[in-house]
Write a protein that binds this ligand. Structure first.
Ligand SMILES: [Zn+2]
Length: 62
């Protein structure tokens, strides 16, 4: 089957959320430039940085 070769798949990486190792604050890594907004620690566990979001699938007609 070759129908997939004409199909455009757009995948965006969801910016990761992280949990601070020091105070367990949940924060958005990109928005806070990698450090905890609560205590300022850079020690954190990334929670969702490897998730993917399929935004768009183009399937040619016919
Ligand atoms: Zn913290």
């Amino acid at each position: 089957d070759t129908w997939l070769k004409d199909t455009k798949l757009v995948i965006n990486v969801i910016p990761g959320m992280a949990e601070c190792d020091e105070c367990n604050e949940l924060f958005h890594v990109i928005e806070h430039e990698g450090y905890c907004p609560n205590c300022g620690s850079f020690e954190k566990t990334i929670l969702s940085g490897k998730d993917f979001l399929i935004r768009e699938i183009h399937i040619p007609e016919g």
